[in-house]
Design a protein around this ligand. Sequence first.
Ligand code: DAT
Length: 176
Amino acid sequence: MRTNPNIVITGTPGVGKTTHAELLARNMALKHLPINQIAKEQDCYEGWDDELQTWIVDEDKLLDALEPLVASGGCILDWHACDLFPQRWVDLVVVIRCDSTTLFDRLTARGYSGKKLDENMDAEIMQVLLEEAKEGYDEEIVVELHSEVAEDVEQNVERIEKWIEAWKESKNEGGA
Ligand code: DAT
């Protein structure tokens, strides 16, 4: 049984996942799992997509690498996909959203261009990650939060912290 929840923070690249995950991890002493970095460190790739200029992840290998980390709870899974994480691992799914103009500026500043830029912009406009989250998990554990300006990050993290406290209290009551 977990004494701390596992939280997925997902969304299109550039929306602010890592910014949120780092602050939340620091404030609540949770483990931030930047999935891109873990996939790279543990070589969980099965190829390179030249068109999209991105690695193709070997999902089974990645899940095997993550399993021991998430088993004890208290993890923040920070990734631009969410449907591969088994439901039983996950207590809350936070989908970060961002308006198109702001996201465009962030992604171009990151060096995205061409098809990679277009696909990510389309994904945000079509709310692909929100739909993926709603399809993959119970709707009541999926929350959508906006991240355009710095104050949004603080407010969003505060909201998630309150949710974590409530989750812990409900577990304590259940166990009493
Ligand atoms: P992601 O992890 O989703 O790719 P990030 O956390 O790396 O995104 O953020 C991308 C960039 O945007 C980074 O330079 C920080 C900035 N940013 C994110 N959220 C923001 C916000 N609410 N206000 C201002 N800047 C933000």
